[in-house]
Design a protein around this ligand. Structure first.
Ligand code: BES
Ligand code: ZN
Ligand code: ZN
Length: 504
């Protein structure tokens, strides 16, 4: 996608369609209050053209609506933005996504008059939101279709009267939003890939290929022999029934001017390329879509690559625990007791609670690199969907400052997050009678924070840690016009990037 900025413009750029924003306002007409489209910043005769049509068409500029018409041979899309006071970055993202979705198969180029739809008068915020909306809405996983759904739309021009002196920072806003959105789309691609293509070994290879040319990034992969050396008994137990090697991908990004005071954030991701449940086999219907059980790893990887590409002044490590959870004669049986990397013994009462086993050992490994904070992401519990629905990311942790900054970051990124407590009773419930811990609680209640209570045991002493359960929000977010109706959502990548951006 070719995105251009045309400043100091007095006339619209040449394009197949011109998009102008229309807020809605209330007017008194014949003693009655009616909503009408407000067209501030519109070209006079274009405004008149719409005014003459809008009344007949009942177009009021409401959010989620639009009106297309011809103005002296130019196709124009009046984009409904709703009430001006409610028009924030998320409203802008959604409005632009609606416009792009409607036009992407029809036109080759669009000119967007951003002066008619600025978010709180800030052109940088506006351009970031629109650029994200464009890249995220154009995403389509059609690689396995014989007939592709390739969009016709190839060129976007943002028109503004703003002076050319603003060019540098506005171009930068477009560039940064592009890098972040592309990283969201990389994460989506990994999640959507089927399990007969994406297994732990091919996944690790693809990740290495992706980061190969990113400045400041170093990569290494630990296979079965290294995991044995590190005594990662929990991780290995999940991989026992697999035809593929477990892979622990360890990436580090070191910023250009790093000093010993540079902050260090570690990401950890659950990378179950498929979760059959193991011997505690999932019923057929629950097993479908378990290719997405690596979404946590794809999310943190997406965020990691964005941080590196943006050249943020924070050291970021990324630890991806990859395997599938399969069944064969060697697969781990329920009742097994294994020893974790940190020496704790764990009774495995349900092989379907495998994510915490992989993450536990990876959290210990990450802790050894002494980061200032660890954040993990995982499609960890079905219980998270029961607690928070399919739209909200579950957040838990051992450090209020860290969980609060994640809540703030999610707010800035307009992504939904909610913190759940970890109670001492739940920590107790994760203890086994014959081993230090067991991998499931004694009943089905509080399944999400109990999983976190388990994970907490593997975080190094004194390290602030937060856990994101993306079991719901990792999958399609059909209510968002910039998310595909089916498949991976890629949500939380933007939140994590925001967190690193605001790390001091
Ligand atoms: N990958 C699943 C969690 C999951 C389930 C994510 C449904 C998205 C939708 C995880 O490995 C799992 O199976 N967890 C079990 C834990 C239980 C056995 C304590 C679950 O949620 O049922
Ligand atoms: Zn499972
Ligand atoms: Zn799982």
């Amino acid at each position: 996608m070719d995105i251009n900025l045309n400043l100091n413009s007095s006339a619209p750029s040449v394009a197949d369609i011109l998009i102008l924003g229309t807020h809605t306002k209330t007017e008194k007409k014949a003693k009655k209050e009616v909503n009408v489209p407000a067209m501030s910043g519109w070209f006079k005769d274009c405004k008149e053209a719409l005014e003459s049509l809008a009344a007949a068409a009942d177009f009021t500029g409401d959010a989620g609506t639009s009106f297309t018409f011809d103005w002296e041979g130019q196709r124009v899309l009046a984009l409904g933005l709703g009430d001006k006071k409610d028009f924030d970055a998320e409203a802008a993202r959604r409005a632009m996504a609606n416009a792009i979705n409607a036009q992407k198969l029809l036109v080759k180029s669009v000119a967007i008059n951003i002066d008619t739809m600025t978010v709180k008068g800030n052109l940088e915020t506006t351009l970031s939101a629109f650029t994200e909306a464009i890249h995220l809405s154009l995403y389509d996983f059609d690689k396995y279709l014989s007939t592709k759904r390739t969009p016709k739309l190839k060129k976007v021009i943002f028109d503004s009267k703003a002076k050319k002196t603003a060019a540098k920072k506005l171009e930068q806003a477009i560039k940064e939003a592009t890098l972040v959105s592309e990283s969201v789309n990389v994460a989506r691609d990994f999640v959507n890939e089927p399990p007969n293509v994406l297994n732990s070994e091919s996944y690790a290879k693809e990740v290495l290929k992706d980061v190969k040319n990113i400045k400041g990034v170093k990569a290494k992969v630990l296979g079965k022999a290294e995991l044995k050396k590190h005594k990662m008994g929990m991780f290995l137990s999940v991989n026992a029934g697999s035809a593929y090697q477990p892979q622990l991908v360890h990436l580090t990004y070191t910023p250009p001017k790093a000093t010993k005071n540079t902050k260090h954030i570690a990401f950890v991701g659950k990378g179950l390329t498929f979760d059959t449940g193991g011997y505690s086999l999932k019923p057929g219907a629950s097993m479908v879509n378990m290719k997405f059980d690596m979404a946590g790893s794809a999310t943190v990887f997406g965020a990691f690559r964005a941080c590196a590409l943006l050249g943020l002044p924070v050291k970021v490590s990324c630890f991806l625990g990859m395997t599938d959870n399969a069944v064969n004669a060697l697969a781990t049986m329920p009742d097994s007791i294994v020893t974790a990397k940190n020496g704790k013994t764990v009774e495995i009462l349900n092989t379907d609670a495998e994510g915490r086993l992989v993450l536990g050992d990876v959290l210990t490994y990450a802790s050894e690199h002494e980061p200032d904070a660890i954040i993990d992401a995982a499609t960890l519990t079905g219980a998270c969907l029961v607690a928070l629905g399919t739209e909200v990311c579950g957040l838990m942790g051992n450090d209020k400052k860290l969980t609060n900054s994640l809540i703030k970051a999610a707010e800035s990124a307009d992504e939904y997050i909610w913190e759940l407590p970890i109670k001492k009773e739940w920590r107790e419930d994760m203890k086994s009678n014959i081993a230090d811990l067991k991998n499931i609680g004694s009943n089905r209640f509080a399944g999400t924070p109990k999983a976190a209570a388990f994970l907490e045991n593997f975080v190094g002493e004194g390290i602030p840690w937060a856990h994101l359960d993306i079991a719901g929000c990792g999958d399609s977010q059909a209510h968002l016009p910039y998310c595909p109706k089916k498949g991976a959502s890629g949500v939380m990548v933007r939140t994590l990037v925001e967190l690193v951006k605001t790390t001091k």
